[in-house]
Design a protein around this ligand. Structure first.
Ligand code: F6R
Length: 233
């Protein structure tokens, strides 16, 4: 799964060197990032025109905190590939003007001609980015109160307990407008949410179900995450 996703990024960059790539952080895309880094190095791929957008961030968590999305992107992608700052767009979730951060991100995406490839994970409550259950499908970037599940599951990224409350995230309108979306999920624990994503109703209370509407939306999963799908039986 990770290799296939990393190959998709490589293919995109070959076809369109000035592509706009948006990536989630978290456990799921980690190996994809590592494999992408390896492929770029092995194939001496020119990524000097690629624009990189970070999907989301925990509000009030500093970029140096190992649980922040910033930290993930720096560690897994930006530092290993020495990507210059001008190619990187991450939310500054420490800003006291978060609305400005949202509008800035929306403007960058618009100016670059939209997102070519978005690679996302899925939360245990069906969230994508921090588009929590009940969110509108029509939002661009926004700040949101995090759902109970996100607050408790999210502690796994932090060495010591942190106070999480809000997230800043691209919206599901961005996802719908992206030219291609890959939703990645692996492991038994994601089987239930993958079943809901692809086989149950399209509903605001389960944001990942929006994938059903995307004309180029691909759910890329391993066998364990696919284990509850009826077509799998
Ligand atoms: C993180 C993000 C989240 C995660 C989701 C799954 O940037 O956008 O929506 O993708 O919570 O997290 P993992 O991959 O850790 O299971």
């Amino acid at each position: 799964m990770s290799d296939a996703a990393a190959s998709d990024i490589v293919e995109l960059v070959k076809i369109k060197p000035s592509a706009v790539l948006c990536l989630a952080s978290g456990d799921t895309p980690r190996l994809t990032c590592q494999m992408f880094v390896q492929k770029v190095k092995n194939e001496k791929l020119d990524i000097s025109q690629l624009t990189f957008i970070g999907l989301d961030e925990w509000v009030n968590i500093p970029p140096g905190n190992e649980g922040s999305c910033h930290y993930f992107f720096r560690n897994e992608l930006i530092n290993p590939l020495s990507i210059p700052e001008k190619q990187i767009h991450l939310f500054d979730a420490m800003s006291d003007k978060l609305q400005d951060e949202c509008r800035k991100m929306d403007a960058v995406i618009l100016e670059k001609g939209g997102i070519d490839l978005m690679i996302v994970g899925i939360g245990m409550n069906g969230h994508i980015g921090f588009n929590e259950p009940g969110v509108s499908f029509d939002n661009y970037s926004h700040v949101i109160d995090l759902d109970e599940t996100t607050l408790s599951v999210g502690q796994k990224y932090f060495k010591s307990k942190v106070s999480l409350q809000k997230g800043i995230t691209l919206g599901l309108k961005h996802l719908q407008e992206s030219k291609k979306v890959l939703l990645l999920a692996n492991g038994k624990k994601k089987a239930e949410v993958i079943k809901k994503t692809v086989e149950e109703n399209l509903t605001h209370s389960f944001p990942a179900s929006i994938m059903q509407k995307h004309t180029h939306g691909i759910v890329m999963i391993d066998e364990e995450a696919a284990s509850l799908l009826t077509q799998n039986k």
